[in-house]
Design a protein around this ligand. Sequence first.
Ligand SMILES: [Zn+2]
Length: 244
Amino acid sequence: MRGLTAKEILGVWEVGQQQMPAERALTLLSTFCPQTPREYLEQLSIGKRDALLLSFREVLFGSQFSGMIRCPHCRSTVEIGFSCADVRTTVPSEQAETFSVHVGEYEFNCRLPNSTDLLAVMYQRSIDSIGNSLFERCVTEKRFRGAELALANLPPEVTAAVAAEIAKHDPQADIRFDLTCPDCSHQWAAIFDVVSFAWNELSAWATRLIRQVHTLALAYGWRELDILSMNPMRRQAYLEMLGE
Ligand SMILES: [Zn+2]
């Protein structure tokens, strides 16, 4: 695991801009772990993927997060601040990726969703169809009193209980925090999405770099590659001379 050069940040940003979040997560991870085969990264459970992304984010931007979120009730902006430790769960080293779940007389064999699953469903239009497809992919056997069952024959409350059980096996994939709006006192559980956090921060960094290249190229006529290869402190010193 390592940080990124200015040139790499722009490279990742260019690729990721055209991608859906599930692909972006893999682009970020492949950049962070260049020696790890892409197939291996695709097979990581979403919780393991997010734990790695959290480490990546920590290397790039430090361990503190701050941001703004809208209150879903009054639409006021609420400031949030937390650390990587606050959103990192303890994953047992021998986390079982396949397991069985029993709900009454129903019995299921399940595995944890991974990036391959998310890539397979990312173009589906509704949350319901995404949920059903993920369920089909990750619940490998469904039985009632020993007989095989189709998803369509499962009562919705049983399906929901199985989905909740799968989520419990991969806590890092579903991080929420309790928030209270200072304006209207509304309380809600906000989802922490490490992919969009890391991506937004990287995008902001890339945009800043492009602006710096623009300013320096305009003032001194230097090439983009030379400006990006420059030590960031020296780049900043020149920018300060230009009143930036
Ligand atoms: Zn509010």
